[in-house]
Design a protein around this ligand. Structure first.
Ligand code: M6R
Length: 637
C-alpha cells in the first residue's frame, strides 16, 4: 500500500531515501515525502502526486528556487538520518497536507506509516480534547502527536536522553494502537536514530557497514546491502549507523530473522524495457525455471519450502479451498482443474474478500491454499487467519520471502519469480500456476494416487515450458500490431473453456486495469445464456482455444462458440495451438502458441493477453506500470 524507507549512517540521507522511494513507488504513488534530521533540526518536504513532484520541489529547494524558512543552516541535503514515504491513500485524499511525514505540533517528531490505525477516531478525539489541532485528515498524524507527548512525559520523568528513549516512546504508543501498521519515526533531538515498528504490515532491516536501513521491502536498499533482517510481528526496531536493536512492544529483547538477499540488483530495474511490465513478461521463462529449480528429490518427491505439515496431514485432507484475490485468484481457478484431475479431492476456489464472511465449513481435514505474490494482501491474510481459527491447515504460495502470509501458514511453496514491480501481475501469475501444479502433484503423490515416475513426467513437461515461452515471446510482433488496431475499441470480450476460462478472465482483468477499457471474460458455453447479446458488428472477441490433441470434445465446442460469435458480427482474435487448422476459417486474427498439454496450456495462452493489454495501454498513452487507482500490494480490506 505505502512504501517506507529509513536511513541512519554517515552519507547524505536524502539521496538514499529518495532512491529507495523510487524503487518502492509501485506500492503507492498518491504522494511522497521525506523527513531529514540535520544537526538537531528536522527538515521535511512532501508533495501530492508521484515521486517526481517531490524530487522537483527538492531540486528547487537545493537550487534556492523556493524560499523555505525550514531549510536549516546546512539544508535538507546535508543530514545523514532520514525517513521517506510514498503513499497509497486510505484516510484523507491524496493532497499535500495528507502526504507523509506527519509532524508533532512542536515540529520535532516526524512519522511515516503504512497501514490503517483502526482506533484513530478515538485517539484523535482524545488529542483534540487535549487542545491539539490536526493539520491533516490522516490516521497517521495521531501517532506523531502521541509520540511527542510520550517523549515529553519520559523526559519529564527524568528518563535518560539517548537513542533508546525514542524506541521506548514508540513501544508505549504502539501498545495503544489497533489495526495494521508499519511506522518509522525520527526526533530532531536524537540525530542519528530512526525507530520503526510493525504489526500486520511489512518492515525489513538492511544491515550495512557504518549505516543501516529500514524499508517496506528489500528493493529499497538492495544496492547498499544484501544482509537483511525480517522483523517479527509486534516488534520495535531502533537503528543508528552502528546498531540494530529489536524488542517486542513491551521492551523485551527480540530477534528478527536474518536472511541474505540473492536477487540480482538489476532485477529491480527496467533493464532497457520501456516498462517494468514488459521486462517482467520477458522474464517469465526464467521465473518458471527458477520456480521449478530443485523441486524434485532424488527419489522423485516434490519438495515444498517450509513444511509444518506431515504427510499424514495431507493424506487426511478431504477438501481443498484455494483462496486469493485478483490475478492470484485466477491462478487458483486454473489450479482447481489440475488438483481435482490429479488428486480426485474436491477443490473450491474463493475470492479472499468473500471467504470468511460467508462462514465456510472448515475443519482439520480442510486444506486451504492461499496464493499471494506480495504475501501482504489483507483480504487473503484475513481469510487465512479465519481458516486457522477453524483449525484448517494452510499452505501458502507466495513470491515474497518472509512476508506475513507465508509466515502465518503451515507450509509454504515460494515462487521464485524475483521482484515484480509493475502493478499488473505477470510473472507472478505464471509462477503461481507452476506452484499450483507442483502442489497438485505433491498431494497426488503423498496420497498414493500418482507414482513418482508419473509425477516426474509432468515435471519434465513443466521443465520444457521455459523454452516454449522463449520461442513464443519472440513472436509477439503481430500482437503489438493488433494492439494498435484495438486501441479505440469500446469493449473487448474474452472467451474460453476449461482452463481457458480463467485465462479469459485474466486477459479481461489485464485490459481493464491497464487500458481502462470495458473488458469481460466469459466461459464460452455461457455466452448463449446472455452475454452474446453484447456482440455488435466488429466487437473484438478474444477466443482461448484448447489443444486439439487434448479432449477433442472441448476443442470442438469452442470452435462452435467462435462460429456463433462470428455469425453475429464479432471480430475474432483466436489464440490456438500451432497447426490447429480447424480454427483457421473462423479466425480474423490468429495468434499461434506452442503445443502444450491441456492442463499446462495457461502458461502459454496467457502471454499474448499480457502483451496485448500492455501494448494497448501504452498506445492509449497510459502509465503501464502504475495504472490509476491501484497499488501493487493492497494491505487494507
Ligand atoms: O499480492 P497478491 O498476489 O496477493 O495480490 C493480489 C491482487 O491484488 C493482484 O493479483 C492484482 O489483481 C493484480 N494487480 C492484477 O494484475
Amino acid at each position: 500500500m505505502c512504501g517506507i524507507v529509513g536511513y541512519a549512517g554517515a552519507r547524505p540521507a536524502l539521496d538514499i531515501v529518495v532512491d529507495g522511494l523510487r524503487r518502492l513507488e509501485y506500492r503507492g504513488y498518491d504522494s511522497a515525502g521525506v523527513a531529514i534530521v540535520c544537526d538537531d533540526e528536522l527538515l521535511t518536504e512532501k508533495k501530492a502526486g508521484k515521486l517526481a513532484n517531490l524530487e522537483k520541489t527538492l531540486a528547487e529547494r537545493a537550487g534556492g528556487g523556493t524560499a523555505d524558512p525550514g531549510a536549516g543552516p546546512l539544508g535538507i541535503a546535508a543530514g545523514s538520518t532520514g525517513i521517506g514515504h510514498t503513499r497509497w491513500a486510505t484516510h484523507g485524499g491524496p493532497t499535500d497536507r495528507n502526504a507523509h511525514p506527519h509532524r508533532s505540533v512542536d515540529g520535532r517528531v516526524a512519522v511515516i506509516h503504512n497501514g490503517i490505525i483502526e482506533n484513530f477516531a478515538k485517539l484523535r478525539a482524545e488529542l483534540e480534547d487535549g487542545g491539539i489541532e490536526f493539520g491533516s485528515d490522516t490516521d497517521t498524524e495521531c501517532v506523531a502527536h502521541l509520540l511527542a507527548a510520550e517523549l515529553d512525559r519520559m523526559r519529564a520523568d527524568g528518563q535518560p536522553a539517548g537513542p533508546p528513549l525514542l524506541a521506548a516512546a514508540m513501544r508505549a504508543v504502539c501498545r495503544r494502537l489497533e489495526g495494521a501498521f508499519t511506522l518509522l519515526a525520527v526526533d530532531a533531538a536524537l540525530p542519528g536514530v530512526v525507530v520503526g515498528a510493525r504489526r500486520n504490515s511489512p518492515l525489513v532491516v538492511g544491515r550495512g557497514t557504518g549505516e543501516n536501513f529500514l524499508a517496506s521491502d528489500v528493493s529499497a536498499f538492495i544496492e547498499h546491502t544484501r544482509e537483511a533482517v525480517e522483523l517479527g510481528q509486534d516488534q520495535v526496531v531502533l537503528i543508528t549507523a552502528d546498531e540494530v536493536s529489536i524488542t517486542d512492544f513491551d521492551g523485551a529483547p527480540a530477534a528478527g530473522k536474518d536472511f541474505h538477499i540473492d536477487w540480482d540488483a538489476s532485477a529491480a530495474e527496467k533493464g532497457g524495457y520501456d516498462w517494468f511490465m514488459l521486462k517482467e513478461i520477458a522474464e517469465q521463462p526464467q521465473a518458471i525455471a527458477d520456480t521449478l529449480l530443485g523441486r524434485l528429490t532424488d527419489s522423485g518427491e516434490i519438495m515444498l519450502d517450509e513444511v509444518r505439515l506431515t504427510d499424514q496431514d495431507l493424506r487426511d485432507v478431504d477438501k481443498v479451498f484455494i483462496v486469493a484475490c485478483g490475478t492470484a485468484y485466477h491462478s487458483g481457478l486454473v489450479a482447481k482443474y489440475a488438483i481435482e484431475h490429479w488428486t480426485r479431492i474436491p477443490c473450491e476456489v474463493e475470492l479472499a474478500s468473500e471467504f470468511r464472511y460467508r462462514d465456510p465449513v472448515l475443519d482439520r481435514s480442510t486444506l486451504i491454499v492461499v496464493i499471494s505474490q506480495s504475501g501482504e494482501t489483507m483480504d487473503t491474510l484475513m481469510a487465512l487467519r479465519h481458516a486457522k481459527e477453524q483449525k484448517a491447515r494452510v499452505l501458502a504460495i507466495c513470491n515474497t520471502n518472509g512476508s506475513t502470509i507465508p509466515r502465518e501458514s503451515d507450509a509454504v511453496l515460494y515462487t521464485h519469480g524475483g521482484p515484480e514491480v509493475a502493478v499488473a501481475s505477470t510473472k507472478a501469475f505464471l509462477t503461481q500456476l507452476v506452484a499450483c501444479y507442483l502442489i497438485g502433484l505433491h498431494l497426488a503423490q503423498v496420497r498414493g494416487i500418482k507414482y513418482a515416475d508419473e509425477v516426474a513426467a509432468v515435471v519434465a513437461q513443466l521443465q520444457e515450458m521455459p523454452d516454449k515461452l522463449r520461442t513464443l515471446l519472440t513472436a509477439m510482433e503481430p500482437v503489438r500490431q493488433l494492439a494498435q488496431d484495438l486501441r479505440s475499441a469500446p469493449t473487448v470480450l474474452f472467451i474460453g473453456r476449461h482452463v481457458g476460462y480463467p485465462v479469459a478472465l485474466e486477459g479481461a482483468l489485464k485490459l481493464k486495469e491497464l487500458a481502462y477499457m470495458h473488458a469481460e471474460g466469459f466461459a464460452a458455453g455461457e455466452l448463449k445464456h446472455g452475454p452474446i447479446a453484447l456482440i455488435e458488428q466488429g466487437t473484438p472477441v478474444v477466443c482461448v482455444v484448447p489443444s486439439p490433441a487434448g479432449r477433442g470434445m472441448l476443442h470442438d465446442k469452442i470452435v462452435s462458440n467462435i462460429q456463433e460469435v462470428r455469425a453475429r458480427g464479432a471480430r475474432t482474435i483466436v489464440i490456438a495451438e500451432e497447426g490447429d487448422r480447424a480454427v483457421l476459417p473462423y479466425a480474423d486474427h490468429l495468434i499461434a502458441v506452442p503445443r502444450t498439454p491441456t492442463l499446462l496450456a495457461p502458461l502459454v495462452t496467457t502471454i499474448p493477453l499480457q502483451v496485448l493489454a500492455a501494448e494497448i495501454s501504452a498506445a492509449r498513452g497510459y502509465d503501464v506500470d502504475q495504472p490509476r487507482n491501484l497499488a501493487k500490494s493492497v494491505t487494507v480490506e
